[in-house]
Design a protein around this ligand. Structure first.
Ligand SMILES: Cc1cc2nc3c(=O)[nH]c(=O)nc-3n(C[C@H](O)[C@H](O)[C@H](O)COP(=O)(O)O)c2cc1C
Length: 197
């Protein structure tokens, strides 16, 4: 797929079905994720792939972590948290792993880690797969730490669900750029003018 067309046509897909990406597709996605802008080439992230039986362990960790933060959570909420692990044939868990005390500020390292989530979804799209970035209302907790081996400075930035498209989504409506973009001028900021079509 043409690179710009890939960028412009990506949609998040919540409804995903088997089969999971092939080993070669997963490898391409992971490689793409390691090409994100990365000040100092610190690679301040790591991934865990969850599929098959591994999904149950992730589901247990999500349920346990919800109960840690909300011991009074209703059983249906706990099951809903557990169910997040089964929403796709494969998930790539994205863990931010910044170097603490490094001269590259932590926020830049988190930005790099976050870019990998986008790269994973974009690569999935380029491969004809569906993907969506999902998250829990917590990024740490004993349940997650035990499963993911989270170090104190690490946190779960969410996960990318990946699978086959259940349905092709309509094209994304064009975003109006004017409220989002300004142009620096000698005497201030002027409005962005889209080119005439
Ligand atoms: C860090 C992060 C976490 C997200 N977590 C969720 C989530 O838990 N549930 C959800 O429905 N969408 C979540 N989203 C949003 C979706 O991934 C997606 O971007 C959104 O549905 C809009 O679709 P689009 O990507 O096609 O514009 C998250 C996005 C980011 C960047």
């Amino acid at each position: 797929m043409d690179a710009l067309a890939t960028l412009l046509s990506r949609r998040s897909h919540a409804a995903l079905v088997a089969p999971a990406p092939s080993a070669a597709q997963l490898e391409s996605m992971l490689r793409a994720a390691t090409t994100v802008p990365d000040h100092g080439s610190l690679r301040p992230y790591r991934f865990l792939v969850s599929e098959g039986a591994g999904r149950a362990r992730f589901g247990d960790a999500l349920a346990a972590t919800l109960l840690e933060t909300r011991p009074d959570a209703a059983p249906e909420h706990v099951e809903s948290a557990r169910g997040k692990a089964f929403m796709a044939p494969l998930q790539v868990l994205l863990i931010a792993s910044p170097r603490v005390g490094h001269k590259i500020p932590e926020w830049e390292q988190l930005a790099t880690a976050a870019c990998t989530g986008y790269a994973l979804t974009l690569a999935a799209h380029a491969l004809g797969l569906g993907a969506i970035w999902k998250s829990a209302p917590f990024d740490r907790g004993a349940g997650l730490t035990a499963l993911l081996g989270l170090a104190p400075h690490e946190r779960l930035l969410g996960w990318i669900n990946v699978g086959q498209l259940k349905q092709v989504l309509a094209e994304r409506p064009a975003t109006e750029l004017a409220p989002l973009v300004g142009v620096l001028a000698a005497d201030g900021v002027t409005a962005y003018e889209p080119p005439a079509r």
